[in-house]
Design a binder for this molecule. Structure first.
Ligand code: GLA
Length: 381
């Protein structure tokens, strides 16, 4: 599929021309599960995204065709019109969230496809939400700023898809800039672009191609643990609004008041906050060894304290370590998906070959390999 085919699909199905929009998936160098804790994240948009052809249709109904699933869905714009198809709920949710903010949404026709691998931790769902939020804002001249468009995508996840996610994925998709990572403070929404072109290194994703069941409920449970730990700390330290505002000493004070599980989750989040800051500093010095060391630190925390890794991801992380890869860790929410790896160019081929061979011998399917190209955010094509 490409955008020319998409346009002819649109013409065949709806007769006429639509406008093309795209929004990308994302990587995250470091700062995982910190967004909903008011911490820092460090993502960048990638060269894989969702592409949609859209035109207003003069009715109050949406007619949507998913080229990837070869499925068509038509729905209205009232709360009770929620479609049964999971993919259509993202589009419906975006429309509803725009309406809830006081804007009028009109019916439209759309065909879309994507090349962000599903369930790989590269945020295909945020790419879908951002595409439609950005497109409707533009087509209907609503004048909503990009922060609010990101919140519209996030509320779609919360209210229509059952994931109590943070703001990182939608932010990265909408604000992405080629060649740059973004450090976002999720408490204040202040952000900064960092040029990212690690000379002599490559960034590569190794996709386990597994996505474990119940990932959304496990994700929501992590969030509850963090909020619980934060409540206990805030009772003694009212200045603590988010868990990321706390330090280890504060967490120690409430050790006996919270479960061991909640303690471990909070310990990870507090450690991760410092790792993001250390990585940003190291990047400014061109010190990739430190960047890599912190990435391994994150993997360890996500695996042993936050417990969102899995056998396949831990295996890939071990292989990276044994091959001498500079940095490696599970990326995104976890429970399957990818590792992100910072690898010296001269080691790249050996690493990929070894990882493929060992992984396939162990799990009987090959991992998928994606070279990372940091690209622009949401746009009209
Ligand atoms: C998912 C969520 C994000 C973020 C990451 C973990 O991608 O959508 O908000 O919490 O997990 O960092």
């Amino acid at each position: 599929m490409n955008i020319e085919t998409l346009q002819s699909l649109f013409l065949q199905r709806f007769g006429g021309e639509g406008v093309l929009y795209t929004s990308p998936g994302r990587i995250n160098l470091i700062g995982e599960h910190t967004d909903y804790n008011g911490g820092f994240v460090f993502p960048g948009a990638i060269d894989k995204g969702i592409y949609a052809c859209i035109a207003l249709n003069g009715t109050d109904r949406v007619r949507a065709y998913s080229a990837d699933y070869d499925e068509f869905c038509e729905f209205g714009l009232r709360e009770e019109d929620k479609p049964a198809e999971a993919w259509a709920r993202y589009i419906f949710g975006v429309c509803r969230e725009i309406q809830k903010r006081g804007y009028a949404v009109q019916g439209f026709d759309t065909c879309f496809y994507g090349d962000v691998p599903l369930g790989a931790g590269m945020s295909s769902s945020a790419a879908l939400e951002s595409t439609f939020a950005f497109a409707l804002n533009d087509l209907l001249a609503l004048g909503i700023d990009k922060f609010e468009l990101a919140r519209i995508g996030q509320s779609t996840e919360h209210n229509y898809c059952g994931v109590k996610c943070g703001i990182m994925d939608q932010f990265a998709s909408l604000f992405g800039k080629a060649g740059h990572l973004m450090r976002l403070n999720c408490a204040t929404m202040e952000y900064e672009y960092f040029p990212f072109n690690p000379k002599g290194y490559k960034v590569v994703l190794l996709d386990t191609v597994v996505k474990h069941e119940l990932a959304s409920s496990a994700y929501n449970k992590r969030r509850e643990s963090c909020e619980n730990a934060c409540r206990h700390i805030a009772a003694r330290h009212p200045e603590v609004q988010y868990l990321s505002d706390a330090d280890m000493a504060m967490l120690e004070e409430v050790r006996d008041e919270i479960s061991d599980e909640d303690f471990l989750r909070a310990e990870y989040v507090i450690g991760e906050k410092q790792r993001v800051l250390d990585v940003c500093e190291a990047l400014e010095r061109g010190d990739y060894e430190t960047v890599g060391e912190k990435m391994y630190g994150t993997h360890h925390g996500m695996s042993k304290l936050y417990e969102v890794s899995c056998e396949e991801l831990d295996f890939l992380n071990d292989v990276a370590k044994e091959c001498g890869v500079t940095g490696s860790r599970v990326m995104g929410g976890g429970f399957g998906g990818c590792t992100i790896n910072l690898v010296k160019e001269e080691l790249y081929d050996t690493f990929i070959a070894t990882a493929k061979e060992l992984f396939t011998a162990r799990f009987h399917h090959s991992p998928k390999i994606y070279d990372v190209i940091i690209s622009d955010g949401s746009r009209k094509i």
